[in-house]
Design a protein around this ligand. Sequence first.
Ligand code: C2E
Ligand code: MG
Ligand code: MG
Length: 733
Amino acid sequence: MIRIPHVACLFLLSFILSSSIAAGTAPPSDTVIFGGDRVYPPFEWDDKGTPTGFHIDLENALAEIGKAKAEHRLDDWPVTTHALETGDVDVVPMLISDKRREKFLFTSAFYFMDHAIYAEQGTTKIPVLADLSGHTVAVEQTSYAQNKLETGYPDVHLILTGNTLEALQAVAQHKADYALLTTPTAEHLIRDQHLAVRRVSPPLWPQGYAFAVRKDRPDLLAWLQNSLNQAIVNGRYEAVYNAWRDRLEPTQTSSSQILKTSALIAGPLLLLAALGFGWSFTLRRRVAARTAELQDELKARKDMQAQLRHFADHDTHTGLPEYHHFIELGDKVLAEASSLPSPSKEMVVFKLAETETIIRTFGYSTGEGIIEEFAERLKGGHFDVTSYFGRGIFAVLCDQSTMNEAYDALSEQLETCGLGLYPQLICGIAHWPGHGTSCADLVKHAETALAVSIDRNHDCTTYDPTMEPDQTDLRIVAEFRKSGGTDLQAALQPQIDLKTGSIVGAEALVRWHHEELGFISPAKFIPLLEKAGLITKVTARMVDEAARISASLRRRGIDCTISVNVAVYDILETELPSIIKAALDRHGALASDLKLELTETSVAEDSEGIKIVLKELGTAGIYTSIDDFGTGYSSLSYLSSFPIRELKVDQMFVRDMVTCERNHSIVSSTIAMAHALGLSVVAEGAEDQETLTSLNALGCNRVQGYVISKPLSEDDFNAFLTKHQGTFSSTVH
Ligand code: C2E
Ligand code: MG
Ligand code: MG
């Protein structure tokens, strides 16, 4: 049998590991033909028409690694070697010898064959090579053993035989004291022929076995060597070897042989093992050092990936999982809990009630500090999973009593900035499994309950299916969550200066064409997204689009301010100024190219906080217009103290101002009041020429309406500008 001694195997591995591995070598042809002996188990043999054996598996592995197909042709050994010489086969695995090197090129050895001394059964003396002196020793003619003994041990009397079997028979028939043979073949024959001969020495002279190719095929050799190196480094060689280990190393599996042989050779083997251990230890250390290096690299990569994953999965301020990660973790918790006898959990989504007031009063960073301190408090609680959804809203998944027990501790005074605030929690609760089986369902239902708590001014509400909002509304919010606003587009509605007719600006109106739900009106989805706390994504997208479009217009020499609608959340709960600045920088737009439109109802709710942010924006050169003026809670007093530039009269007054006396006087007095405050006025919703003329007569500064144009796609807006050469119509004069 051919056998890889353990030490030799380690040597082989360390050698090949230390050699360089080509990044990839193209296969020399689609199919590589491997030759072999048809009766050479366990390496290669013809098993009822199917090539089988260690070599066959290894060759298949190499071909796969090298992205080629393997074909196997097994025949008598002389036929096989001849086929290699003539080119009928491409590769043949064989023992490396000087003589063969004259004809063939060899890969590095992929395993080793050793020799051993054989003697008659019952021989107790265990010879070392020197002990052979004076004895008759049978060896194969022209063999490696013959050469070694002739050159190193001239006192040995050699009996030369035609093959391995004859050498063994010489021992069995007392014609020779010993035989010195290659172990794989000898042991195979001893077993097969029931010879009363046994191995009596440890393994000697390991010799390399390798793949041979013709000398004119260095391309094939390079491909083979590369595949072999990769197989050894990526563990494929080891897997193939291990699959055949029992047959490649039969002495380790045949217990009777082990017992008998070990009785004979235990002593020297122990000695050898000790020596081998030393050698093996050194080599193991080399292999271990290289393995450790590779492991360190792998670990560093894994650490970096884990870090990136962590950033993606966690909120940067609080370090708590973001919504998507929270859902993943929560589903795992629920799956584990479902095997319990009476599983019960609850999802609590809650809001820190004062968030807006705190931000308004003490500034954004104080608000952030409070959220962070509260998040730390949550991390110390006995919750299964926690999350921060933004806008002062947190979620926890826990056992049903846990939140109740933690409530007092969570509501304790906060230390941030020494403000001595007591957090007030407004909660919505959904029970599991009663109110939903998945974590996402539970969050949805707990959010519904939270909305009810806020609406009804309650501290805590438990979900009830009757609270469910319209199914389409839920779908819209869910679909938006999925897309994150990436499928939103801006439509542009031109605004003209009534005095000159010049096209001086455009309002960017969000458009959402959903592939299944179709066109969804902003009047429908904007309020839903505001409630769900998702409006900031719309704003960020529209600010970016507006900056991009205005920068491109400026590059063409067109002066056209783009207005973006903003909601109160944008002003109070995001860093709107930095979002705007980033968009301007990204596209090379100017601050004066953008304008904000704020709905008056929002202003009325949060006038103080809004004032601070609007001032900051104004200082940066971005001006604000009050949208839909007249429909909210307008108050002259706050308007006069606001850093705003413009009022936008709502279309409900403008639309029929020509025919409706009451609306005409509302528009008229609004324009007069605005001018008295130093504000300019835009009228929106002008649908005909008479309205345009009437607005001009009242001194309205600008107009936006269907009489000029409906909202247009970017391309159509550009075409509109070109068509009107920047001036809409002189008929407005
Ligand atoms: P808005 O900001 O007051 O926008 C004006 C709305 O009036 C637009 O409807 C526009 O198409 C429509 N309009 C303009 N001129 C005329 C006219 O002559 N006749 C008629 N019948 N309608 C006219 P749209 O695009 O459906 O927007 C509705 C509302 O949705 C907007 O009212 C605004 O409150 C909100 N919205 C639109 N885009 C955004 C956005 O990007 N962010 C936010 N937060 N809200 C937006
Ligand atoms: Mg608007
Ligand atoms: Mg409006």
